[in-house]
Design a protein around this ligand. Structure first.
Ligand SMILES: NC(=O)c1ccc[n+]([C@@H]2O[C@H](COP(=O)([O-])OP(=O)(O)OC[C@H]3O[C@@H](n4cnc5c(N)ncnc54)[C@H](OP(=O)(O)O)[C@@H]3O)[C@@H](O)[C@H]2O)c1
Length: 698
């Protein structure tokens, strides 16, 4: 700013009226090449935004100079140390000005960023980790199979208030539901599954419904099931977001052939895609409760109506007059052993897990591995050497697995080198284009679904007729647990799971995080992460036991995580939750942070905003904290105590001193104010509406 600008009223008016083009500014800086970003000023809000910028590479350092809640002098020195370690030149004379310093002799070798500490992620991890987390009821079992247990049917509630039906207008079922709505003096709105997002947004702005019954996939008229289920739910989620609906809404998705409930069921993978947006919608928008009910062919319309009006689990099924709920049981002992010493085609084989599996199979059995990927990495020689050094043979094949002709050529070339293919491990995937439901456009869906879905279809065309001993699909626990930003990723994996169930030949392994797949700042998620050795043991057991269909491979606490992630919002809020001890409280907060941040889990005491949390996610955290602990948590409390341990201590003090909500609601902190200043108008509206809906002072 020039001296003239400082005295110019127009300058200050423009400052007040012009938008802060932080995103554009960042884009320009990031386009210039690698930078270290320094947040000058209190807090980490801007760093959080920068961390989420699409052009930010994971290695880019973001240094906070005055993170909220820390000692200023110490924080500044830590920031300078971080910059020094990153190779920045520090003006030590300026830094030391006015202070006396003395020289200290240090060992004559340079500091290197090499860790020699014993790694947390080892096969011994369960003996050192928290007993509750590492020792779930199933002890060291990692394989779990879906199972459906009968539950008592509940009495239907009246369909009072406003009900939206998404699906064909003149079906028998619609008429049955319309009659039930009529009996309860309710109001009915009917929309086709193809209703566009703008139209729905306008209707939602005019008045949100109490419930949305999504019935489009109950009518098997040969229409595009991906469009009627998956795409339609994405549009509904985006419309709810655009209309800033804060009131509670029940969404009931009743569909056919989503799961294999009975042994005769053959799920339809295109229908199962709806699981992605359906599970994730309730996680991204906490006011929305989503239930998915798989309806058997033999179920009467009246039973569907009753199910739609009766609260039940997040995932259930109706077969005849039986109501069933899904859970997972340990796969149990598999005595057979198998030697995976053949020739395996590994799609996505040059990626993180691809190479990991290849190295392990090479070292265990000297396997021959054809590693398929579209691009040829610069360090291809090193990657292949990492496999061959282990005693196996490896070849890279550059091919898009969705391209049947290219795949045919690649298989021909692989077989010329290593002989007939004995098995496939399909792990090609898009693992970077995650997006929240409102941001999931057609291109994102295409990208996410291509490698997994079209890739498997191409593999079936090229190798489906072969007698292969290994048919593994690398799915993800996201298809079961969901996760923020995972709507299309979870959908792609749900497609694989359903395909495997229907085919009876493939095993779709829903993996928990792998230790090798963790980012540097995820290292603490070792609590659940699977080591290579346990993961490849799991693959061997699946193949040896001839297991097919959907199989969850989970590093720990599956029941607890299912309860945390997929329990219907609000169902767990009870006053006796106040009695939880501090450890439970810390763990509960950490799980909420993990859910909201969409990360598998965070085992360390990370600062929410440091971990990339933004203001809207902060509001989600507050809402879930209230629900989980039945305490009047305020956004300010989170801003002031942003780590699980500090926040747990603050909540404990709250309980101990029996403070009233009024004691808690202090004036909005500087951090909160700054956040609101950098939020868009839409974000501010959403935040304020939510705060108002929750009775918070604004
Ligand atoms: N990492 C984990 O902890 C974890 C956890 C659960 C599940 N999984 C699943 O495990 C699999 C591997 O994950 P990862 O972490 O190793 O991912 P990754 O490092 O991103 O590797 C995926 C690979 O797939 C390749 N690929 C993508 N599209 C392709 C296409 N159309 N044709 C051929 N190759 C293609 C990519 O290479 P190009 O771009 O060069 O083609 C990339 O090398 C994925 O299916 C993922 O969903 C991973």
């Amino acid at each position: 700013m020039s001296a003239a600008e400082a005295c110019d009223p127009d300058y200050w008016i423009a400052q007040a009226l012009s938008p802060v083009r932080f995103q554009d500014g960042l884009s320009t800086i990031l386009a210039e090449g690698p930078h270290i970003l320094v947040e000058v000023g209190p807090g980490r809000t801007l760093g959080g935004f920068a961390r989420r910028h699409a052009a930010r590479s994971p290695e880019m350092e973001i240094v906070a100079t005055l993170p909220h809640g820390s000692d200023d002098a110490r924080a500044t020195i830590t920031a300078i140390a971080e910059l020094y370690v990153q190779g920045c030149e520090i003006d030590w004379h300026a830094f030391n000005a006015g202070r006396k310093r003395q020289l200290v002799s240090l060992p004559p070798y340079p500091f290197r960023a090499t860790r020699y500490a014993v790694d947390m992620i080892t096969d011994l991890a369960p003996t050192t980790a928290q007993p509750e987390a590492s020792a779930p009821s199933e002890s060291r079992e990692v394989l779990f199979l879906p199972t459906w247990e009968r539950r008592p049917r509940r009495g239907a509630q009246a369909l009072a208030g406003t009900t939206w039906i998404i699906g064909p207008a003149r079906s028998e079922m619609t008429r049955t539901i319309a009659a039930a709505v009529d009996r309860a003096n309710g109001r009915l709105v009917q929309l086709p599954a193809t209703a566009n997002q703008r139209d729905m947004t306008d209707r939602l702005r005019a008045g949100a419904p109490d419930r949305i019954l999504h019935l489009a996939l109950l009518h098997d008229d040969g229409s595009d099931r991906r469009e009627l289920g998956y795409a339609s739910l994405l549009r509904i989620g985006a419309a709810l977001h655009a209309a800033n609906v804060a009131a509670p809404i029940d969404v009931i998705v009743a569909a056919r052939r989503v799961f294999a409930v009975d042994s005769t069921d053959r799920p339809d993978p295109d229908a199962a895609l709806l699981l992605g947006p359906a599970i994730v919608l309730g996680q991204e928008q906490p006011n929305v409760k989503v239930r998915i009910i798989d309806i058997g062919q033999d179920v009467q319309d009246a039973a569907v109506t009753a199910a739609c009006a009766a609260p039940s689990a997040a995932i259930s099924a109706l077969r005849g007059n039986r109501l069933l709920e899904r859970s997972f049981r340990p796969a149990g002992a598999i005595d057979q052993r198998i030697r995976l010493d053949g020739h395996y085609l590994v799609t996505g084989g040059l990626g993180r897990l691809g190479l990991t599996v290849a190295r392990e199979l090479a070292s265990r059995y000297g396997a021959r591995l054809s590693l398929v990927g579209r691009s040829v990495p610069d360090d291809l020689g090193q990657r292949l050497a990492a496999v061959t050094d282990m005693g196996g043979a490896a070849e890279a094949l550059s091919c898009d697995v969705t391209d049947t002709d290219a795949l045919t050529q690649a298989v021909r070339s692989a077989e010329a080198t290593f002989g007939p293919v004995d098995g496939i491990i399909h792990m090609a995937a898009e693992t970077r284009a995650f997006a929240s439901i409102p941001d999931t456009d057609d291109a994102t869906s295409q990208r996410m679904l291509a490698a997994k879905v079209a890739g498997l279809q191409a593999l079936e065309k090229v190798l489906g007729h072969r007698d292969l001993s290994v048919r593994i699909l690398m799915s993800s626990l996201a298809s079961v647990l969901g996760g923020l930003g995972f709507a299309s990723y979870a959908a792609a994996n749900a497609w694989l799971d359903a395909y495997a169930e229907a085919s009876g030949r493939w095993a779709s392994l829903c993996w928990d995080a792998w230790a090798e797949g963790l980012q540097a700042d995820d290292v603490a998620t070792a609590r659940y992460a699977l080591t290579t050795s346990r993961a490849v043991d799991a693959i061997e057991r699946v193949v040896a036991g001839g297991l097919t269909g959907q199989i969850v491979v989970c590093g720990g606490a599956l029941d607890q995580r299912l309860a945390n992630w997929t329990a219907l919002a609000g169902d767990t809020a009870t006053a006796e939750k106040n009695a939880v001890d501090e450890t439970d409280r810390v763990r509960g907060i950490r799980d909420i942070f993990a859910e909201v941040l969409g990360r598998a889990d965070l085992a360390h005491d990370g600062d929410f905003f440091d971990l990339g949390g933004d203001s809207l996610q902060a509001i989600q955290v507050v809402s879930r904290l209230r629900s989980r602990f039945a305490l009047p948590v305020t956004p300010d409390l989170l801003f002031a105590h942003a780590t699980p341990v500090r926040l747990a201590a603050a909540l404990d003090r709250l309980v101990a001193t029996q403070a009233s909500p009024a004691d808690l609601t202090r004036p909005v902190s500087e951090e909160a104010r700054r956040m609101v200043e950098v939020m868009s108008g839409d974000e501010v509206n959403r935040m304020l509406e939510r705060l108002l809906a929750e009775g918070q002072p604004t």
